[in-house]
Design a protein around this ligand. Sequence first.
Ligand SMILES: [Zn+2]
Length: 367
Amino acid sequence: MSLSSPPPDINGLAAALLRDLAAVQASPHSAWGYKRAAAALLQLDEPVESRLQADGTLRKIPHVGPSSTRVILEVIETGGSPTVEQAVAGSPNRRDVERRRGLRRAFLSRAQVVAILNDPRLTGPSVADYRGDFQMHSVWSDGSQTLADIVEEGIRRGYPYSAITDHSHGLAIANGLSMEDLAKQHAEIDQLNARYAGSFRLLKGIEANIRVDGTLDMSRDELALLEIVVAAPHASLRSPLPQTERMLAAVRTPGVHILGHPRGRMYGSRPGVSADWPAVFAAAAESGVAVEIDGDPSRQDIDYQLAAQAMESGCLFALDSDAHGRRDWTFVETAIAHARLAGVPTDRIINTWPLERLLTWAASRGA
Ligand SMILES: [Zn+2]
């Protein structure tokens, strides 16, 4: 089954208000303090109200100072914060705060993710079903982990496979790989796969950039060198104009396996692509392209609401961490939580498939 709405979330509500308060600070130092407190709340494993003590104080949360704690207590008691509302109402940044408030919808806090993963009423994918990640960045582009780190961490987690998907050459801002470097990377992948044969398989992937016209920054011949192609938008993510054609063109491109972070939204700052999503999902389902739920907490793209629509359209799903370093691998739990909330059946999630099935599907989508 699926839930129509996620569990209540004081952590997310209080974090959002602390971000609002940060936005109206005159001093960069106090803005930084409120932002740090908001981040700590969003990363907290438990509902913040469970830290309330008999004397009405809050058990200490690391990185949350006294003024942030006062706001959190107001939210626990009243469901809002008069302190923040007053500060926002009197601020010249009021408009900007209101705009940002609209850009925090359908994000899950870590406490919600934990609750959703542990909710026995939800029958979707569990962490134990998960076999490998299809969006992973390494030192070859903008990540901090080596390919050997990725293999070791994958094995430690019991994954039989994962794909390495560094940025493609069109994305200079993320140190995208030239075709020459890609060939060198593939040689390193071959060596690792030979060394770990039978215990782990690293797939040759790429995160190709979807240009504004819907074409990719890689040619068909270049895509043919890869086992997993994630196509994702990285520009025109603030335009309110519909970009349905752009996304339709991307999912219909031969050789594309996964539509990565389809919107390109960013928590509290960027709305991402607006499109006729049911039409895009229908085209993805028709092409056999998996729609990604990117678990990076600041992305959560697509979220459980759109995931429910993609499910209706018959889509396959990829649940990925978008990890740039070893500490980011748990981001995948956020993606799993969105899929559970949307009621996505485990069998529709390519990360739960055995390697053989995965490779057969990947080959059928080949360029
Ligand atoms: Zn990306």
